[in-house]
Design a protein. Structure first.
Length: 183
């Protein structure tokens, strides 16, 4: 992870001191998330800061609401597409005719899938499985694509050290639900 941090610093990304174990526990409790191993390690070593990164250390009401919005972004996009773009996941069964019932079912099903944790802008990592090497997803409504085989490879793509077309899809770990709706 230190190589990733050094590479990001080379791209002008600013870092603060890493999160303490106590801060990580507090963050996971407040947001009802669990950082996967590699993201936890990175955030413990150094906290990236900037407009597009979540500011995990700031517990102000304004920032907490911002992070909650980021955490809710995938669901909001899904609900928009259920209502306006005919999105429906086949394993949810038949789509209710009434749009409000369809959205209610979408919310209930969404609660069952691994949470996505924001990393940078609209790029997310799955909280489950809680291990190293989960892929990174670019999430815009239900236009969801892989943006990296894992955290380190993702940052290479995001900051132009690797072309998106060079992602090795055969090395991407399958994530419940999210891998099934990748476009």
């Amino acid at each position: 992870m230190k190589n990733t941090i050094s590479r990001l610093k080379g791209h002008g990304i600013k870092f603060e001191a890493g999160l303490t174990s106590e801060e990580i526990i507090r963050i996971e409790d407040i947001y009802k998330i669990i950082f996967p191993v590699d993201l936890r390690e990175m955030l413990h070593n150094a906290l990236p800061v900037g407009e597009r990164f979540p500011n995990w250390r700031d517990f102000s009401e304004h920032n907490t609401n911002r992070i909650l919005e980021m955490l809710n972004w995938p669901l909001e996009g899904m609900l928009f597409d259920v209502e306006h773009n005919e999105f429906w996941f086949d394993l949810w069964g038949s789509k209710p005719i009434e749009i409000e019932k369809a959205k209610e079912l979408c919310i209930e099903e969404y609660k069952k899938v691994p949470k996505l944790i924001p990393i940078y802008s609209h790029r997310y990592i799955s909280s489950h499985p809680n291990e190293e090497g989960n892929p990174i997803f670019s999430v815009y409504q239900t236009d969801i694509i892989y943006y990296g085989e894992n955290l380190d490879e993702y940052f290479k793509v995001e900051f132009n050290d690797k072309e998106h077309k060079d992602i090795n899809y055969s090395k991407i770990k399958k994530i419940e639900f999210w891998s099934d709706i990748v476009g």
